[in-house]
Design a protein around this ligand. Structure first.
Ligand code: GLA
Length: 391
């Protein structure tokens, strides 16, 4: 058991009486396929060794007791009184709430007949674009499913967590983060088709290269509101394409040229969003082939292209992310880099030649500090299994 897991376990034992089950719930990286998981695209995430640890046990009362180690805050709530709150409480309560809602795949909805005690904390930066929210949701959903023996599959749990994020926190996210949280596989990339919600794995072979994240430490408050705006703009564009072109999905458009005749029917912004989505769906399919063939050099070039699209057409980057990607471009040993996740701050993901990594990271973070007066954080990640019990 690592130090954070032991800490969570010890705090549980100090505060509550029964022996808990322990779970690890990971954050994720995404190699390519950004902002297309809610547009029927392909995405290529992987679960990482940074995430949230949970200690949970039934308590034979009608109360749920939460203790967030990272915020050093507690919450006690009756199982019949689950409601929307703020901050971390919204995320955990929304998960509990989802279990109670009748939903087609769950039949009548699950009945939680008793309360439980729950301590959680982790080593995943909040707002860094590595999905601490999916890690919070996934670990709790997995734990509840085991504790109450509900028997839901990993896919059902991922979908439940996605709905939980839509509901109380109100972020209309796609399925990528929750899926990667449940389906991560050590040293493998997930190629997820978000249209069919089916995936395949392939091994990541990085010989001579490594993946490093650089956290800008920028956490724009617009991130969730602008996220929902992007989603609406894509829906608006798709409605026009459905009507004018008779298609059902962005997947049915095979080139950006096919979009051109509809430019006049859309606002400039909506057209740009659609153009990005169509290009990124095509790019991600090409990227998947390249990664499977182990052609990292060509794969990396597509990452730079994705960044350009996210910055100029989708407009979810910021000057700090653009700066770090420019630094990466200037260094020939960084073969690919781009902003990762929802955007407006958070991390860049970089593929760097191992022997040049230290120097690049030191140069990039020094120039970043000179320019923005902020210490960027270097985050080394390993690719790990999805949410699981720690014995
Ligand atoms: C956030 C969302 C995901 C996905 C990414 C952008 O992480 O939770 O569903 O849309 O942004 O690719």
């Amino acid at each position: 058991m690592n130090t954070i897991a032991s800490k969570v376990n010890d705090i549980f034992k100090k505060n509550y009486s029964l022996t808990p089950h322990l779970y690890f719930s990971p954050g994720r990286i995404n190699f390519i396929g950004e902002h297309i998981d809610y547009n029927d695209g392909f995405v290529m995430p992987a679960a990482i060794d940074k995430g949230i640890y949970y200690a949970i046990a039934l308590n034979n009362t009608d109360d749920i007791n939460f203790y967030s180690v990272d915020f050093d805050e507690k919450l006690t709530i009756n199982i019949r009184d689950i409601k929307k709150m703020t901050g971390w409480k919204n995320y955990v309560l929304s998960v509990v709430n989802e279990f109670r809602i009748p939903f087609s795949i769950y039949g009548e909805g699950a009945e939680m007949k008793a309360g439980f005690d729950c301590v959680f904390g982790g080593n995943i930066a909040d707002g860094a674009g590595i999905s601490s929210s999916a890690a919070v949701e996934g670990g709790l959903a997995f734990g509840i499913n085991e504790l109450f023996k509900f028997g839901y599959s990993r896919k059902e749990l991922a979908l439940l967590c996605q709905r939980a994020e839509h509901n109380f926190p109100g972020v209309m996210c796609g399925i990528m983060d929750q899926y990667a949280n449940m389906f991560g596989k050590k040293d493998h990339v997930i190629l997820l088709d978000t249209r069919s919600v089916e995936h395949q794995y392939f091994p990541l072979q990085l010989e001579g290269y490594e993946i490093v994240l650089i956290n800008t430490k920028v956490h724009h408050s617009l991130a969730s509101s602008e996220y929902n705006v992007r989603r609406k703009q894509c829906e608006e564009g798709l409605e026009i394409l459905k009507k004018e072109k008779g298609i059902n999905s962005f997947r049915d458009i095979k080139s950006k040229e096919e979009l051109l005749p509809f430019k006049d029917k859309m606002t400039g912004k909506v057209y740009d969003r659609c153009k990005y989505v169509v290009e990124e769906i095509i790019r991600t399919q090409a990227a998947a082939k390249l990664l499977q063939q182990n052609n990292l050099i060509e794969f990396g070039k597509l990452m730079f292209k994705t960044h350009e699209g996210l910055s100029k057409l989708y407009e979810v980057s910021c000057k700090e992310l653009d700066f770090l990607v420019e630094k990466a471009k200037e260094n020939k040993d960084v073969i690919g880099a781009r902003m990762m996740g929802g955007g407006f701050g958070g991390c860049t993901i970089n593929i760097i030649k191992k022997e040049s990594s230290e120097k690049f990271l030191s140069d990039a973070t020094t120039s970043y500090k000179n320019k923005f007066h902020v210490e960027a954080e270097i985050i080394q990640v390993r690719i790990e299994d999805g949410t699981h019990e720690i014995i």
